[in-house]
Design a protein around this ligand. Structure first.
Ligand code: GMT
Length: 375
């Protein structure tokens, strides 16, 4: 099929899922067109089956807010016409589902019918979308999608609770390409980061309030009091400076490395022992899944869709949001004993393997077919 994928091009959840999905679809022979305001960070190779179309928003001083939705829906209309696109798949409801629906209606005026699949990712529902200022438009665009998918059962239930939804929501979990990891990372340079006797704890996120970055630091603070350890913090975002300050205040600056954004998280995860994800809310926790496939145990909060990914007592442990003592004690249980650690690492890999893209991709292809046939 000829598929247009609309997503955020930035680091982090929904954009990464959309990009990896598009690349995998192209590998299966579909023609994939990414439409967004910048080339997605994980989209390196463009070829016959992978195209990128940039949405430009001309600045005009009259506008306090530049109308991105308008530019996006126009770009969608043009691209559909030019390339004979058969299906729109929009990731993250705001504003993509809204712009997608407008494009669909404009195309109908010319006798072109293109179905739209909307994938809900998390904050588009739980944080941003439910705000009264957005809620009517988000409800409308979800209900007007031809197929709606959500990345976890928990997110589906939250969506049904928060919005007045008339459509079925199909759960298609996020995925990972296990072929990249089946033999482990061959170029893993652990010695660059820590001494032999140190455990390596990692956190990767967009450093927003929802990730509870101070909890990450406070959990690590308790860990390093009991055993030699390093904390690697990967990502950029509004909470980063405060986190650096907190490390200074707690006198652990020399044990914490802030690496900024990285396109090579596997290079970091390959030598990590434990991943911390104490988020306030998390519809899925893709970062935890990426850690697990790299054989990293996970200690997380038990919120949202995380329990569907991090399995209590197997790949790691879960605790109530904010319970840093419990998370630290569970982390120490895993880290203190080499045998226990290795057991959790192996389990993490095994559980993550169930989310292999080979199992998930056909589910998307099925909904595409369903939407296409219902035109
Ligand atoms: O984690 C973020 O804040 C980024 C956000 C996004 O939409 O890009 O991530 C959401 O989507 C990811 C991919 O489906 C999920 O793995 C994350 O759990 C989800 N984030 C939240 O729900 C906070």
């Amino acid at each position: 099929m000829k598929i247009a994928i609309v997503c955020y091009p930035t680091f982090g959840g929904s954009g990464v899922v959309a990009t990896e999905l598009g690349i995998a679809l192209a590998g299966r022979g579909h023609e994939v067109h990414f439409i967004t305001y910048k080339q997605p960070v994980r989209l390196e190779l463009l070829n016959n089956n992978i195209h990128f179309h940039e949405v430009h928003v001309p600045e005009y001083p009259l506008f306090h807010y530049q109308p991105y939705e308008l530019a996006l829906s126009s770009k969608l209309v043009d691209t559909v016409k030019l390339f004979g696109i058969e299906l729109l798949h929009v990731h993250y409801a705001i504003p993509h589902a809204y712009a997608g629906y407008m494009a669909k209606k404009m195309l109908q005026e010319d006798g072109i019918y293109v179905p739209m699949i909307t994938t809900l990712h998390g904050t588009d529902i739980t944080l941003v979308g439910k705000h009264p200022f957005y809620k009517p438009a988000v409800t409308f665009s979800i209900n007007k999608s031809d197929v709606v998918t959500s990345v976890s059962e928990n997110l589906k239930q939250s969506t049904l609770k928060i919005f007045d939804i008339e459509k079925d929501i199909e759960v298609i979990p996020n995925f990972i390409d296990t072929r990249k990891y089946s033999t482990g990372y061959t170029d893993c340079q652990r010695s660059l980061m820590a001494n032999e006797d140190e455990r390596i704890v990692t956190h990767i996120s967009n450093f927003r309030g929802v990730k509870r970055i101070p909890d990450v630091i406070n959990i690590f603070y308790r860990i390093q009091k009991e055993l030699p350890a390093k904390l690697i913090m990967v990502g950029e975002g509004p909470e980063k400076e405060k986190a650096e300050q907190l490390c200074d205040d707690l006198n652990i600056k020399d044990r914490v490395v802030f690496l900024g954004n990285s396109n090579e998280i596997d290079r970091i995860l390959c030598f990590s022992d434990l991943f911390l994800l104490p988020s306030k809310s998390e519809s899925f926790g893709l970062a935890a899944l990426e850690a697990m496939i790299n054989r990293v145990a996970v200690v997380s909060s038990n919120t949202g869709g995380i329990p569907e990914v991090n399995i209590e007592g197997e790949s790691g442990f879960l605790a109530d949001v904010g319970d840093v003592d419990e998370m630290a004690s569970k982390a120490l249980y895993i880290l203190k004993d080499e045998n226990i650690l290795n057991k959790f690492k192996a389990n993490a890999f095994k559980i993550a393997s169930k989310f292999d893209i080979v199992n998930i991709l056909p589910l998307y292809e099925e909904v595409y077919e369903k939407a296409y046939k219902s035109r």
